[in-house]
Design a protein around this ligand. Structure first.
Ligand SMILES: Cc1ncc(C[n+]2csc(CCOP(=O)(O)OP(=O)(O)O)c2C)c(N)n1
Ligand code: SF4
Ligand SMILES: [Mg+2]
Length: 290
């Protein structure tokens, strides 16, 4: 006799750990949307790993029932890549903030992206360091006044995470707004389904320390990508990321491409050198020794 399995609901992915974000923080919407996406995909709880760095947003894995790895500030991507390479059958989703991902961790992004590493990277972009009480971040606007920049950030430009990931060869690049949970859940779901590296930039306001980039501000400024946007066209994607209409920020899937992933490339190499495991890095290295 076979036992029917009960489908998992969004609430089944929530751990017992008390959520400690400030009331109204944008990251609540992200957590709910992630749980919804996991449930829609019926991700097995014991086969999913949520990895993060350090920051308010990086607490997210605590609140999920999946496996989790709360790593070091800016080091979530190498940890996530290592987990995936160690066991390619796991679903690895990496979470973090704009500071964690594009300040201290910014040097890791290009390499994980250009190798088309098989994982999903979700950044909660609040344009500030929330956990450490309001310092300027690489995605803050030039001139932004924060605790570390009382006279305004002396920068010429800020990091545009979408353009950053697109430039290094990202094969799935999207943006959404945590104030739109339906859209966020759908985009996270598609990012997880994507083969290779997928990047989701979630605009997730910090209402305690960022009084400029607020929910009200974004309610009026986010706009869905135009219907005629071709997300198979890299030039269009870069243009939409860098040049939205004045006062607007686009949301949606900017770019999607199908390319061999890091694990596929390693497996193909493995086949060439006749290694007996899925892929055996030592054998690959030995085969290339002069
Ligand atoms: C090596 C190291 N440097 C600095 C810090 C201090 N620190 C912790 S979180 C953080 C920035 C967090 O900002 P972000 O990644 O944007 O996350 P948010 O809190 O805004 O969600 C910093 C500088 C640290 N924990 N470790
Ligand atoms: S400080 Fe900001 S980012 Fe951190 S929990 Fe509070 S509202 Fe959220
Ligand atoms: Mg931040």
């Amino acid at each position: 006799m076979t036992t029917a399995t009960v489908p998992l609901k969004a609430k089944d992915y929530r751990s017992e750990v008390k959520v400690v974000w400030c009331p109204g923080c944008g990251d609540y919407g992200v957590l709910n949307s992630v749980q919804k996406a996991f449930a829609e995909l019926q991700l097995p709880i014991n086969n999913t790993v949520a990895v993060s760095g350090i920051g308010c947003s990086s607490r997210l894995p605590y609140f999920l029932k999946t496996y989790g790895f709360h790593s070091l500030h800016g080091r979530s991507l190498p940890v996530g890549a290592g987990i995936k390479l160690g066991n390619p059958d796991l679903e690895v989703v990496v979470f973090g903030g704009d500071g964690d991902g594009f300040s201290i961790g910014g040097g890791h992004v290009p390499h994980v992206v250009r190798k088309n590493t098989d994982l999903t990277y979700v950044v909660m972009d609040n344009h500030i360091y929330g956990l450490t009480k309001g310092q300027v971040s690489p995605t803050s606007s030039p001139g932004f006044v924060a605790t570390t920049t009382p006279y305004g950030a002396p920068d010429t430009t800020s990091v545009n995470p979408l353009a950053y990931v697109l430039t290094f060869g990202g094969t799935f690049v999207a943006q959404c707004f945590s104030g739109n949970p339906k859209q966020t859940a759908e985009i996270v779901k598609q990012a997880i389904q994507h083969k290779g590296f997928s990047y989701v930039n979630i605009i997730s306001p910090c209402l305690t320390f960022n009084k400029i980039d607020t929910f009200d501000f974004y309610k009026d400024s986010v706009a869905e990508l135009p219907e005629d946007h071709d997300n198979g066209d890299l030039v269009q994607a870069l243009d939409k990321a860098l040049n939205p209409p004045a006062g607007k920020t686009y949301t949606g899937i900017f770019y999607k491409a199908s390319k061999p992933t890091l694990i596929e490339n390693l497996r193909a190499m493995n086949k060439k050198v006749g290694a007996d495991k899925n892929y055996d890095l030592n054998k690959i290295i030995d085969a290339h020794r002069p």
